[in-house]
Design a binder for this molecule. Structure first.
Ligand code: ATR
Length: 256
């Protein structure tokens, strides 16, 4: 989608994958610095690793404790770390007309994607309850927000103690395989108005299927992917992202 965007905007640039083994991260980033790139993305497992190499970070990236986009200032050569995943979450919800304001959220998962959801929704939602296979990780995620009141972000040990939620969000990797299934009670979906799965391939997971059956608005994560990329494009080029072009390129790549 980035290369389609460069082409549409007639920008002489290319987006390439660079695979970096963990023991070479320091040398590789130094190499990127010398090579004169305008910017780059980092993904799992480097969204936190990259932080010590940066010259600055946006407030959102600081709150998220993770960076997925680095924009390099052409004149000074400064590396600034951004978290466009958080922006992607907000845009995905807006595109689906899901308004988290005053809503009770159930967030399943406690990894990097779950953290981006928390940062994007915390200021608006009434409450966020985190449910994760490994509860200690959910507690760590909750504690990373420090002074936030317990009733605002809580950790659920099991779904038995869960109650009712307005918006359900799957931020785990369960669903990437068609046979994957989260063990969630049907009532959970009956009480909710919307369900979001950050997984975009397959486009409809078992989680979203269950949500649809219960009459919830069901949304996958493709718009999050699209909009984190669109924002990154704007940071690198200073030009508006051709979002429709990027959306088409993305859809084509996912179908492949
Ligand atoms: P990401 O950055 O994409 O969020 P991650 O940090 O590896 O990736 O997080 C993956 C999430 O999926 C975690 O919440 C993980 O649960 P654990 O913290 O218990 O590992 C969750 N997950 C992965 N496989 C799972 C499974 N089979 N059942 C339930 N949760 C699972």
């Amino acid at each position: 989608m980035q290369n389609a965007a460069f082409e549409a905007r007639r920008i002489d640039a290319v987006y390439i994958p660079v695979s970096i083994p963990p023991d070479r991260i320091r040398k590789s980033l130094a190499g990127l610095k010398r090579a004169g790139f305008s910017g780059f993305n980092v993904t799992v497992p480097y969204k936190e690793t990259v932080i010590p190499f940066l010259d600055g970070m946006t407030d959102t990236a600081k709150t998220a404790g993770a960076v997925n986009t680095i924009a390099i200032d052409r004149r000074s050569g400064r590396w600034v770390g951004h978290n466009t995943d958080v922006h992607g979450v907000g845009m995905m919800l807006r595109a689906a007309r899901i308004n988290p304001a005053g809503k009770k959220i159930l967030l399943i998962g406690a990894g990097g994607a779950a953290k981006a959801v928390c940062v994007a929704m915390l200021g608006l939602a009434k409450s966020i309850a985190i449910l994760n296979r490994t509860p200690s990780r959910a507690r760590r995620l909750r504690n990373s927000f420090g002074a936030v009141p317990r009733e605002k972000i809580s950790v659920l040990p099991t779904l038995a103690a869960s109650g009712e939620f307005d918006i359900l969000i799957n931020a785990t990797s369960v669903g990437l395989k068609n046979s994957d299934k989260l063990a969630l009670p049907a009532e959970l979906f009956k009480n909710a108005s919307a369900a979001v799965d950050l997984i975009y391939n397959p486009p409809v997971t078992n989680f979203l299927r269950a949500a649809r059956r219960a009459g919830c608005r069901a949304v996958n994560g493709v718009d999050m992917l699209l909009h984190q990329g669109a924002r990154a494009f704007e940071l690198w080029t200073g030009r508006p992202a051709p979002v429709a072009v990027m959306r088409r390129a993305l859809a084509k790549a996912i179908r492949r």
